[in-house]
Design a binder for this molecule. Structure first.
Ligand code: S3P
Length: 167
């Protein structure tokens, strides 16, 4: 069982992945964390300072490649993973199912109101256009769309398990 979570910043990928890992007794891959390890940095600002967005995207591709044949895992992607189709191609292997956590931009702005860690959420206007630019990409790659607003992490994790079991 390979479950891959995609969605915008603040859609809940990390918390839901943790809950799913616990429920299903599966290990979790938090792609952002591994990007920091592989680039020898402490946060995303340092990644961007070191090699720009390109360093992030290249590292994400390398990680997806590394995990292409891994089964039995829950993967929480960075929100920009959908910018490179090859990442989804790798993560879909061998039997990966992609779940899109779909939150409204309004919910995201409330959740990320105090965020200082995300270079691409510094400017609210730019973040909003990024959100609308990416929406069709998340939808395109999703095997399942999960509506996130007003649901708890527990409810969302249960919903994902149920739809995964249904296929
Ligand atoms: C990014 C999202 C972040 C992180 C980086 C870039 C993006 O991940 O990968 O700051 O392109 O939207 P989260 O989705 O975990 O916030």
């Amino acid at each position: 069982m390979k479950i891959v979570l995609i969605g915008f910043m603040g859609s809940g990928k990390t918390s839901i992945a943790k809950r799913l890992g616990h429920l299903l007794k599966l290990p979790i891959l938090e792609m952002d964390e591994l990007v920091l390890q592989k680039t020898n940095t402490n946060n995303m600002h340092e990644v961007f300072e070191k090699g720009g967005e390109l360093l992030l995207r290249e590292t994400e591709i390398a990680i997806a490649h590394e995990y292409a044949s891994t089964e039995n895992i829950v993967i929480s992607t960075g929100a920009g993973a959908i910018l490179n189709k090859i990442i989804l191609d790798y993560l879909k292997k061998p039997d990966g199912k992609i779940f899109f956590l779909n939150a409204t931009f309004q919910t995201i702005t409330v959740r990320l109101a105090d965020d200082v860690l995300r270079p691409l959420f510094k400017n609210r206007v730019e973040a909003e256009s990024l959100y609308y630019f990416r929406q069709p990409l998340y939808l395109k790659y999703a095997d399942h769309v999960v509506e996130v607003d007003k649901k708890s992490v527990e409810e969302l994790a249960q919903e994902i398990v149920e739809s995964h079991l249904k296929g």
